[in-house]
Ligand binder design. Structure first.
Ligand SMILES: Nc1ncnc2c1ncn2[C@@H]1O[C@H](COP(=O)(O)OP(=O)(O)OP(=O)(O)O)[C@@H](O)[C@H]1O
Ligand SMILES: [Mg+2]
Length: 525
């Protein structure tokens, strides 16, 4: 599901918004101001493009998204909600069930988690594919798949499915409603239960709640870290921006003579990873969320703090503290408070960058009213005006325009947006986009300045975009391997740059479950 919002004058950029605009009119919405509606992008785009199903699908009735997944609706799914605090064995229990099933799919919020599950299943001789936006590792004869949630398969029939409950907006809702499985396991905070129950009320599924208790203690400390000289082996310092991670790695812990085994991580670490961590240290309790610098929420604090002292790890008791003493009260308070029940906070939760806007909140809310119980799980899919404008000029078919519009491109980054434009232009002209004609690998070199570092990061994004497109337009983007190897070189050169700043290269480059901690970095994948 998505809320499509575009400026009126861009209404025809993709053709689709006009259809939506025309069809939301019966609701009495003012199409001059708002051209949006909740809709299943999947269903709309696919049925529109294929020319089939359009007659059957009533655009004006957006109130019954569960009916968009007829395969799942053929079953009365047994849905098990595994709920409890962090480190209580929810994932372990659900995965055990997945492992023993005859066929299954795991949908995780993070690539690392999908990777961890694929590894675990394959190790247990349960062949399992790994599928994310940017990679596909298929195992012969596999009846199991570990995927990132946006890749959830809603067109196959599984015995068992598992869905990580750290929400990812519409992808999560689509998977929740659309996965066709005899059993569906969800793991998460008790605060999500009423909402999930409400969402699933209309599906006829059989929903059960299974509660868990923490398996090992987590102790909030009364003393802050104060100084980095107090860092100990097993510590994990959590920060909220990639540059802060680099800075901390480079200037604090990574002295070549340092004996410390320390992990520097972003908040992505909170999404269920199992690592050997003795003490979590919040470098700050504030996070820039794309709009403003705000305090961490109760669930965020709990999720991140919950990485310390994982059951079965080297550290049977976890500790948590902050770098600065002034942050301790918020830490302690957050750990004591129950997570707020998930409610309808659509507009507050929706984040818009300067290129987007809510056309008319009252009217948006009128539409939202149609979907009341689902709102929490919805996110806005805004077709970026810049992308739509660029793509609309090109002689592409609708589904191709749609694909370029939803591609993971950072249009605020000049090099990335140029990359997308060039890919789309070449594709429309020649039908084939050869990376070597666009990109000269020889130009890659170790950056010497912060600006050069940013440029290299942008090139990495462009290569990533190429890989993403190559999975969707395989024949037209044939140089996936070259792109992937160049991406690896980019990462190496970035590490090289950091090393020159005094950062000690980690012995473990990829964060694996329970790695030897040594200044590894976990960031959102
Ligand atoms: N019954 C068990 N036997 C052995 N190990 C277990 C068992 N239950 C949990 N564990 C281990 O304890 C650790 C924490 O469990 P798990 O990851 O399932 O917690 P969780 O409740 O999903 O936590 P989070 O909310 O942080 O994701 C994992 O390393 C897991 O393998
Ligand atoms: Mg978990």
């Amino acid at each position: 599901m998505a809320l499509l919002l575009l400026r009126n004058r861009k209404a025809s950029a993709l053709g689709i918004p006009r259809i939506l605009r025309d069809n939301v009119e019966p609701f009495g919405l003012n199409s001059e101001k708002i051209i949006g509606a909740f809709a299943s992008v999947d269903v709309i785009i696919r049925s529109y493009c294929s020319g089939s199903g359009m007659k059957k699908f009533d655009f004006t009735d957006l109130t019954r998204p569960h009916t968009w997944y007829p395969l799942a609706r053929k079953k009365v799914r047994k849905v098990i909600l595994h709920v409890g605090p962090t480190n209580s064995g929810k994932t372990h229990q659900a995965l055990s069930r997945l492992e023993s099933s005859s066929s299954g799919i795991y949908c995780g919020p993070l690539r690392l988690l999908a990777w961890e599950v694929a590894k675990r299943l394959n190790k247990a001789n349960v062949s399992c594919d790994l599928i994310t936006g940017q990679e596909r590792e298929e195992v012969d004869g596999a009846k199991h798949r570990a995927v990132t949630v946006e890749m959830a398969d809603v067109v196959s029939d599984y015995d068992c499915a598992m869905l990580g409950c750290k929400t990812r907006g519409f992808s999560f809702t689509r998977a929740l409603l659309g996965i066709c499985a005899n059993e569906l396991h969800l793991c998460g905070d008790p605060a999500a239960v009423p909402l999930i129950q409400q969402i699933l009320q209309v599906t006829g599924d059989d929903v059960k709640v299974q509660s868990y208790e923490r398996l090992s203690p987590l102790v909030p400390l009364n003393v802050p870290l104060g100084s980095f000289s107090n860092i100990q082996t097993g510590d994990c310092i959590v920060t909220f921006s990639r540059h802060a991670i680099y800075r901390l790695k480079a200037t604090r812990f990574n002295d070549a003579s340092s004996e410390f085994d320390v992990l520097v991580a972003s908040d992505a670490i909170g999404m269920g990873l199992n690592l050997n961590i003795s003490r979590i240290i919040f470098s700050t309790m504030k996070k820039f969320d794309g709009v403003e610098l705000r305090d961490l929420t109760v669930p965020e604090v709990k999720q991140i703090a919950g990485r310390a002292g994982r059951y079965g790890s080297k550290f049977p008791v976890g500790e948590v503290t902050c770098l600065d003493s002034e942050d301790l009260p918020l830490l302690h308070k957050s750990l004591l408070e129950p997570s707020p029940m998930l409610e309808e906070h659509f507009l507050e939760n929706a984040k818009l960058s300067e290129n987007y806007f809510f056309a008319n909140c009252e009217e948006v809310l009128a539409i939202i009213g149609l979907m009341s119980s689902l709102i929490q799980e919805l996110i806005i899919v805004c077709f970026h005006q810049k992308v739509a404008t660029v793509i609309d000029q090109l002689p592409l078919r609708l589904h191709e325009k749609y694909l370029f519009c939803i591609s993971p491109v950072d249009m605020n980054d000049d090099i990335s947006s140029q990359g997308l434009t060039q890919f789309a232009t070449n594709y429309s002209k020649k039908g084939i986009v050869q990376l070597r004609e666009i990109f000269t690998p020889g130009t890659l070199q170790v950056p010497k300045t912060q600006a050069a570092l940013r440029e290299l990061e942008s090139i990495h994004k462009v290569l990533d975009l190429y890989v993403w497109l190559s999975f969707r337009l395989e024949e037209s983007f044939p140089d996936r391997e070259l792109a992937a190897s160049q991406k690896a070189i980019c990462s190496m050169l970035i590490e090289e740059f950091l090393e020159r700043l005094g950062w000690q290269k980690p012995r473990v480059k990829k964060v694996t479950p329970r790695p030897k901690l040594n200044s590894a970095v976990v960031s959102r994948c």
